[in-house]
Each structure stands twice: as structure tokens, then as C-alpha cells.
Write a protein that binds this ligand. Structure first.
Ligand SMILES: Cc1cc2nc3c(=O)[nH]c(=O)nc-3n(C[C@H](O)[C@H](O)[C@H](O)COP(=O)(O)OP(=O)(O)OC[C@H]3O[C@@H](n4cnc5c(N)ncnc54)[C@H](O)[C@@H]3O)c2cc1C
Length: 397
């Protein structure tokens, strides 16, 4: 909650930490100290400043150096544990979901793809700038006519002509598409019909991006409708490790699960806001927090949030041990985002009328949760992946 000066109030230290189950304490000492330092900055500076940008659908370029100073541009390649990386995504989401989308896509889908599937020259060209957020990439997979069925339906084409790839097509919903230095474009090679990944610099002739406006959530993220009208890139802009869709599968699995950290973070954020509000707002001569129904709501939000975080901790363990599969990624993504939607709806109601204006933050979370529910595979598609794994029967069509 903001006070009259627009400053987010930081919780009274006499009130216990929201992490009732002590899960964050699982971090080793050095990572724990780094985590706490980052949380302080995210809560005190990023969270309050994000509200205005969110209202104006504007990207906060000037926040990038601060995010880089926290190491958020290089989580994927700095040797951090899966748990630390996840908890940083979680804390950024607790402060602002759009920025956590930026940090997550940047690490999981841009830095990760170039680091693992790129050539030495591509790594040398792009990774130093990406690590410090001096460069930004966009991950361009979804198309206007193909969302859930993108793997089979992808229509953007690439053809190797006289040593250059010529790319035709359109992409939709692409995060940072209007501000990135390059887009990682997935296109179908006309020669062998395989889906391949290409680095397309955004200043190339034929690339145009239009911002998608009036979103109900993730309003800081600049999502774009992109046209690729015969864009020509050199032959070596193809990621050598991304010569079919299966090659990107492990990274796509992890990026699916990354949304679960966001969903856990947004719920802890919702709990923080709801608890503060319930303690400070008086009705019938007493704080809302004194009413049983309000206490039930707070307990349910925290229960949902803690269950989501616990699922993510186990997923991180599976990533570390090399046992994580797509079905588990789909389950954590679907379940945590379903719970997030419930939690922010409870939080919204708990704030009464003030729950519908972003001045009191909860409305911002309410809109953001809708995006978590639908991107990186919708709730329904992820549920189908889980149930296919558990029954052996695919029910997509
Ligand atoms: C804010 C935002 C940011 C995004 N960022 C990016 C990005 O950076 N890069 C990128 O590539 N993409 C991005 N996306 C795209 C996102 O991944 C897609 O929106 C998502 O995969 C769903 O595709 P769709 O919107 O085309 O919905 P559709 O596929 O048209 O689905 C519509 C509805 O039908 C349901 N449905 C579809 N098929 C089935 C089926 N077989 N069985 C049951 N139900 C079904 C879906 O669950 C959904 O409810 C973003 C989307 C949003 C909204």
C-alpha cells in the first residue's frame, strides 16, 4: 500500500515474515545474503516505482542498470543454483510481475538459448551486453494465427537464398518486440520443414513491430505484433543448436516452469498487500484483520502462496538432479497460476472498493495474474500435458 507521498509502506518488523514455512531459509548462506539484499532493493525501490509505469504502459529503461546491478541479467550463466535463480524470479514478481517477465524471458529464453544453442561468435557478440541489460532480446514464437498449436502450425518461413536467410511471416504478443536489439525468431525452413531459431536484428529492413496497447495486465512489458516482410539475415544468424524444435525443448520446459516462480511471487505480493491493508483499515471500530472472514482470506492466500512455492522448490530440486520433465513443468505452471488467480481475487475482494484501483496495488496484481494463467501455454494446454503423461492418452484434438 502507498502512503500519501506515494511511498510503499514496508511492513512493521514486529510482524512475522510471510514465509511461514521457512522455505527461503533453504538457500545456502552466501546466496541467502544476496537474496535478502536484492529483496530490499526490489521492495523499497522497484515495487513503488513500477506502479506509475504500469498505469502508463511504459517501459522503465532507467531501471535496467539497477536490475543489472542485482545480477538479474545473468542469472542463467553466472553459476547460480536453480533454487537461487527461481527465488530471484519470485522476488522480482513479488515486487512487479512485468519486470519479472522481462527478467525471466531474458534469462530463460534469450540468454539461455544463445548460451546453449548459439555459436561461439553469437555468444561473443551478444552475451556481454545481455548480461548487463545493455542489450535486450525478444522471444518470437507465437503467431497471429497460431498460439496453442504453434509447434505444428508455425507458418513463418525461412529460405536460404544466396547465403542469406529470407524470413517471411508475422509474430504476435512478443515481449520487448518494440524495444529489443534483436528478436529470436522461430521460422520453418522451406527446405526441410524444420522449425529453426534465427537472430533477427530489429533494425533490418522488413522488420516492423507495433506495440499491443490496452492490456489488462503485464502493462510494463512492451508486447508487440511483429511483421517480417522478407527480412534478410546472414546465414550464420541461424542458431546452430536450434535446427529443430525438439532442440529447444529443455529450455522451453524450464521457461514454462519459470512462470510458476512468478505465480508464487505474485501471491506473496498479494499476501503482503492484503495483510498490511487488513491491519490498517478500520471498519466497525476495529481493524479488518480482527474479523474472522478476513483472517480466513489471509490464511487462504498464504496457504495458496506457500503451496505454490513448495511446488517450485521441488521442481528446482528436479532440475538440479536432471529429472525434470515437461509434465512436471506443465503441472507446476498450471497449478501455481490457478492458485495465483484465486489468491489475487481474494486479495481484490479483501480491499473492497480500494481493490479495484492500482493506487492500492492489488488491482495491478489482479490484472497481471491473468497473463500468468495464459502465457507460456494456457492453463488448459498445460493441464492436457499433465493428463496425457498420466493416462498415456493425448486429448489435444
Ligand atoms: C501478455 C502476453 C505476453 C506474451 N509474451 C509472449 C512472448 O514474449 N513470446 C511469444 O512467443 N509468445 C508470447 N505470448 C503468447 C502466449 O504464449 C499465447 O498467448 C498462448 O500460448 C496462447 O495462445 P493464444 O493466445 O493464441 O490462444 P489460443 O491458442 O487461441 O487459445 C484460446 C483458448 O482455447 C484454448 N485451447 C486451445 N487449444 C485447445 C485444445 N486443444 N484443447 C482445449 N483448449 C484449447 C486455450 O486454452 C485458450 O483458452 C504472450 C501472450 C500474452 C497474453
Amino acid at each position: 500500500m502507498q502512503d500519501q507521498n506515494g511511498t510503499v509502506k514496508v511492513r512493521d518488523s514486529a510482524i512475522p515474515e510471510a514465509d511461514l514455512m521457512g522455505m527461503i531459509g533453504l538457500l545456502p548462506a552466501a546466496e541467502h545474503a544476496r537474496y535478502l539484499a536484492a529483496r530490499e532493493v526490489l521492495q523499497r525501490r522497484i515495487r513503488p516505482a513500477s506502479i506509475d509505469y504500469w498505469n502508463r504502459e511504459e517501459f522503465p529503461h532507467q531501471m535496467l542498470p539497477g536490475l543489472a546491478a542485482l545480477g538479474l541479467g545473468e542469472l542463467q550463466v553466472d553459476g547460480s543454483s536453480q533454487l537461487f535463480k527461481g527465488l530471484m524470479y519470485f522476488e522480482v514478481a513479488r515486487a512487479d510481475v512485468s519486470l519479472s517477465a522481462l527478467v525471466g524471458i531474458h534469462n530463460e529464453l534469450i540468454v539461455g538459448m544463445i548460451d546453449r544453442l548459439g555459436s561461439p561468435a553469437q555468444r561473443e557478440r551478444w552475451l556481454p551486453g545481455l548480461r548487463t541489460f545493455q542489450s535486450l532480446g525478444a522471444f518470437a514464437l507465437t503467431e497471429p494465427e497460431h498460439g496453442s498449436d504453434i509447434a505444428g502450425g508455425l507458418a513463418t518461413s525461412a529460405e536460404l537464398i544466396d547465403g542469406e536467410w529470407v524470413i517471411h511471416g508475422a509474430k504476435r504478443w512478443i515481449g520487448s518486440g518494440t524495444i529489443a536489439d534483436f528478436a529470436l525468431v522461430w521460422a520453418r525452413d522451406k527446405a526441410d520443414q524444420q522449425i529453426k531459431g534465427f537472430i533477427v536484428e530489429t533494425d533490418r529492413p522488413g522488420y516492423s513491430a507495433t506495440k499491443i496497447e490496452h492490456k489488462m495486465g503485464l502493462r510494463i512489458m512492451q508486447n508487440a505484433h511483429i511483421r517480417l516482410d522478407g527480412v534478410r539475415v546472414p546465414a550464420d544468424n541461424l542458431l546452430p543448436g536450434a535446427v529443430n524444435f525438439a532442440a529447444a525443448n529443455e529450455l522451453l520446459r524450464d521457461s514454462r516452469a519459470w512462470v510458476g516462480w512468478q505465480a508464487a511471487g505474485i501471491q506473496f505480493g498479494a499476501f503482503d498487500i492484503a495483510r498490511d491493508y487488513a491491519l490498517e483499515r478500520f471498519q466497525f471500530g476495529r481493524p479488518l484483520a480482527k474479523f474472522q472472514l478476513i483472517q480466513l482470506s489471509l490464511a487462504e492466500i498464504l496457504g495458496n502462496a506457500s503451496a505454490s512455492l513448495a511446488l517450485m522448490l521441488q521442481f528446482a530440486r528436479m532440475q538440479e538432479s536432471g529429472t525434470a520433465q515437461m509434465a512436471q513443468a506443465a503441472m507446476v505452471k498450471a497449478t501455481t497460476t490457478r492458485l495465483a488467480r484465486e489468491s489475487v481475487a481474494q486479495g481484490r475482494a479483501l480491499l473492497g472498493g480500494n481493490g479495484v484501483t492500482s493506487d492500492y496495488e492489488m488491482a495491478k496484481l489482479f490484472g497481471d495474474a491473468e497473463i500468468l494463467y495464459s502465457y507460456e501455454g494456457t492453463y488448459e494446454i498445460n493441464s492436457l500435458i499433465v493428463a496425457r503423461a498420466m493416462t498415456g492418452l493425448g486429448a489435444f484434438v
